[in-house]
Design a protein around this ligand. Sequence first.
Ligand code: ZN
Length: 443
Amino acid sequence: MKLVRYLILFFLIAEFSIVSVQAADIQGVRLWRSPDSTRLVFDLDAPAEHKLFELSNPQRLIIDIDSATFSAKTQDLKLDDTPVIRLRHGAQKNGRLRIVLDLKEEVNPRSFSLKKIAGKPDRLVVDLYEKKQQTIKTLDALIESLEQPSKRDIIIAIDAGHGGEDPGAVGPNRIYEKNIVLKIAKNLANKVNEQKGYKALLIREGDYFIRLGDRAEKARRAQADLFVSIHADGFNNPKANGGSVFTLSRRGATSKMASILASKENQSDLIGGVDRIQLDDKEAQLKKILVDLSMTRSMETSLDIGGRVLKEMGSVIRLHSSRVESAGFAVLKSPDVPSILIETGFITNPAEAKKLNTLAHRTKVAKAIFRGIDSYFSENPPEGTYLAWRLNGGNSVKYTIASGDTLSSIARRYKVSVAQLKKENKLSSSNIRVGQILLIPAI
Ligand SMILES: [Zn+2]
């Protein structure tokens, strides 16, 4: 009898080990390009272990996957404008699959696995970060351009939710939230930039994924005065409709819908692609940040701005809730930048999806959002901004010429014309000298 038991046990173990080495098949490959990195996503029909390493001369990145096959088509991958020249693959000994990326240049690679979630299969994600970081350069240039004594622009960071691997909610006729909200965000950015005294910073400019924590971080680095995250979510009941505005809550959600939407939004990192370790890090950081008292003030400001935006939105669209709701949205957890999240409607509601798909409707919504934002900052302009200066009577400002300055560069910086500068300072030519004091006219 004992022998039989051992035999059964043996077969069970054997069976189990056969299951665990079952080959995974790569069934799809997608590529997402962001301003400073390229993401490759491999869809697998089962979880698989992988190893990643680099080889040089010529530069290559190798991805080895234990016992796997490759049946995905790769000819449609748009590799132009990425560091990848070519993607090759081949079967090796012991059923191992080797994927080779031939590279144009050295990159900082990172890879991780994502478990099946929300209709997405098991995935292997490979991020190639470029060594020369384009975005940081643009951000630094923006910050530099904003270092204007006493008349700087108010910076509105506009975040189009989701992107890349994370489509957000999906409406009728496969309308994706990520595409609609990017359009609204760009529209809003135009409205912001058209108004003197404001500058927009688009957190996402194309179809790629950004981690929730990195969105707020980008806004903070640019010293934004406000962070606005734009969404158009879904609900399992297609009748759900109307726009709403949310702020971060530290004490749980103010309504059931707020709590559902927050947990949906917070899934973005898992759908779009962040590994667990990165998430845990962020959680720990966020807990620290949340006890910081500096957050209280920016939360009050968020509520004030949110209320004004909601009121303006209510004049052009139906509202889901007539007050600003709060819930634990991860994307709003920035300690020092007032932050709001706007649901511009329910993309799962056929009538609203149809409207959101038109430029006229999106423009109307973007204008209303900006009216709400402007109403707050016109009354409460941060110190040192053009709006604060205008509120104080708009007296001319003194500026001391520094080396490298020209009349036209100063004129550009203060948004006045060279002629106005000359007139205010009674200059007959464009010659200026270092240390000379100019009066910047009030216009
Ligand atoms: Zn969303």
